[in-house]
Design a binder for this molecule. Structure first.
Ligand code: FAD
Ligand code: NAP
Length: 541
């Protein structure tokens, strides 16, 4: 097998990988990209289920690095649907000729650091073998769909779907009986769409989730004008790392009437901004209860059957401690004759049979034509650990992360020189506007690589002590919040046997921390072939 040599390999052609390739080319580097998908778009290539759309307003869920793209692209709706977001990724890829860098339908199977040669050897399931000085993983936080492992899944004789690997050809459920398993964001978006044409939809709910209305609407000229007016303030919020959710006043500074008015106001505006109702909503259990109770009241108001409403009330986690869902008529759908909520707390699923879904205890079977698994992802670490990644001394990443992921800043791992993760665990990633977070990591990595060359440094890797300190920092930051109180995928709780470690960084000031580390001569990183620290201090522009 011949080995091609490039400066950098980038795995993933989602919003992270596409921008990374662009910036590496600007540095004059040669790049080989890979993606298991048949094209660009990442999340938006794979998640083609009915109703899939962003839950951060499209005007903000956009790249900011290209003024031309910002001027030329026009979003049609406040929350764009999947086909439009995919078209946007394709538009950017065409404009900057990015597809040429990628081999598609190609899965990276291993990445091995060669200590002597000081490069990575990356291999794929299609026989590529590429050596590269830098290996950059833009493999995504929600890119490893999770089959629930229910007994009998393969026996089902009808059609089976997973929201995260939806087919490209049109799918119709017209006149059919459909089982949707799960009630997370993907389910909540797809159920309302599927129920428009299906004969009957059975919603299999294990744990109720909080959902707020999106109040999606076409974008008007006025919306665009208002966006450009507030753009400098928005950029500032991004730079300050506040994720675009404006914080309100603390719970105790408001009267009960004022709190209610605030909840009502944000409920009426719609979207995940509801979590910004109170400054301490995600840290103070009493504030959180108030916000959660308001949503519970709304559910009781909307859902006509009181038993169904009761079963839909989330009761096992603080609101926002699991990703809040953003819907278009979710609770309302349970008022339709053709939708049934199956409460798995009364009887869990025993098996998928040839004809449908059978519950335990009740021995009750729901015959259906199609089963839609909306059962989520092995999040944040799944795609990385699916690759055999070996650093210094042949040490494997899966061994290093046996007790949970350990990174420095979510960007690098000790023992893995010249290896970077875009939106890796230990960075804000899934708790931020992820396009902004991809951009920030890409820009930090680009500056780092330019600096290494300018300073004659061969290789960079996280210092083990700096990594330990950062991991502690990530955990301590999470412990100041209500996030650890939920059995969420943020903590690995959805995957049996996965270490329970809170993975995103919620401590704030993240961008400033990364910038300071770089300006301080890449403090906390080990550099080989470098001058001493005093000469490494740099002024960033
Ligand atoms: P991805 O888009 O996940 O791309 C990673 C790519 O890497 C994939 O194409 C995958 O095929 C490829 N890959 C992985 N492993 C390998 C391998 N071994 N070999 C080859 N290729 C590989 N975030 C928000 O901020 N706002 C939203 O509204 C929002 N909505 C979402 C809706 C859905 C349905 C989902 C699932 C996620 C959503 N997210 C949202 C999160 C979303 O994942 C990010 O916003 C963003 O698209 C991630 O971009 P990425 O480039 O980091 O990763
Ligand atoms: P998810 O939030 O992990 O939800 C998975 C659902 O499947 C849960 O309701 C879970 O129940 C259920 N489930 C899993 N295994 C089951 C089993 N064996 N039996 C019954 N139920 C089972 O996954 P997701 O909905 O795909 O969303 C993942 C993330 O992607 C979101 O949190 C969000 O970040 C992103 N996303 C965003 C949007 C958007 O609005 N833009 C849309 C989709 C996804 P339990 O809770 O009981 O485990």
């Amino acid at each position: 097998m011949s080995t091609d040599a490039v400066d950098a390999v980038v795995v993933g052609a989602g919003f992270g990988g596409l921008y990374m390739v662009h910036r590496l080319r600007q540095l004059g580097m040669t790049v080989q990209g890979f993606d298991a998908a048949g094209g660009v778009g990442g999340t938006w290539y794979w998640n083609r289920y009915p109703g899939a759309r962003c839950d951060i307003p499209s005007l903000f869920y956009s790249y900011t690095w290209s003024a031309e793209v910002q001027q030329e692209w026009r979003w049609s709706e406040k929350y764009a649907a999947q086909p439009e977001i995919l078209a946007y990724a394709e538009f950017v890829a065409e404009k900057y000729d990015l597809k040429r860098a990628f081999a598609f339908e190609t899965k990276v199977t291993s990445a091995v650091w060669d200590e002597a040669a000081r490069h990575w050897t990356v291999t794929t399931d299609r026989g590529h073998r590429v050596s590269a000085r830098f290996c950059i993983m833009a493999t995504g936080c929600l890119s490893m769909p999770r089959a629930p492992g229910i007994p009998g899944e393969d026996n089902f004789e009808g059609r089976t779907f997973h929201t995260g690997t939806w087919p490209h050809e049109p799918v119709t459920f017209e006149g059919q009986k459909v089982a949707v398993i799960g009630t997370g964001s993907s389910a909540i978006q797809s159920i309302t769409e599927i129920a428009k044409t299906a004969h009957h939809v059975y919603v299999f709910q294990r744990t109720p989730n909080f959902s707020v209305p999106a109040r999606n609407a076409p974008l008007t000229e006025q919306d665009y004008a208002a966006f450009w007016e507030q753009y400098p303030a928005y950029r500032q919020m991004v730079l300050e790392g506040t994720a675009g959710i404006a914080g309100g006043s603390p719970f105790r500074s408001l009267t009960a009437e004022q709190q209610r008015a605030r909840f009502e106001e944000l409920w009426n505006i719609g979207g995940a901004g509801y979590l910004g109702a109170l400054a301490d909503l995600l840290t103070n259990p009493i504030a959180n209860d108030a916000a959660a109770n308001f949503v519970r009241e709304k559910i009781r108001d909307i859902v006509k059957d009181p038993d169904v409403a009761e079963a839909l009330l989330p009761d096992d986690h603080p609101i926002g401690a699991k990703r809040i869902c953003v819907d278009t008529g979710y609770y309302e759908v349970f008022n339709q004759e053709n939708v049934t909520l199956v409460n798995l707390r009364k009887a869990p699923i025993e098996a998928i049979t040839r004809a449908g879904v059978r519950l335990q205890a009740q021995a009750q079977e729901y015959p259906v034509d199609a089963v839609v698994y909306a059962t989520g992802f092995d999040a944040m670490t799944g795609a990385l650990l699916n690759i055999d990644i070996r650093g210094e001394g042949g040490f494997s990443l899966s061994e290093g992360w046996r007790d949970g992921p350990k990174t420095y800043l979510g960007l690098q791992v000790a023992g893995f020189p010249n290896f970077f993760t875009i939106t890796g665990p230990g960075s804000p990633s899934v708790l931020s506007n992820m396009i902004s977070s991809c951009e920030q990591h890409v820009e930090w990595i680009t500056d780092c690589l330019a600096w290494l060359d300018a300073n004659g440094v061969d290789a960079i890797a996280a210092d083990p002590q700096a990594q330990e300190d950062w991991v502690r920092n990530v955990n301590e930051a999470a412990d100041q919040t209500l996030f650890p109180k939920a059995n969420s995928w943020y903590i690995g709780a959805n995957i049996p046997g996965k270490p329970r470690v809170f993975m995103p960084y919620v401590g704030g000031h993240y961008r400033q921390i990364c910038n300071t580390v770089a300006a301080d001569g890449y403090r906390g990183f080990r550099l080989s072939g470098s001058a001493d620290r005093a000469s490494r201090r740099v002024v960033r522009t």
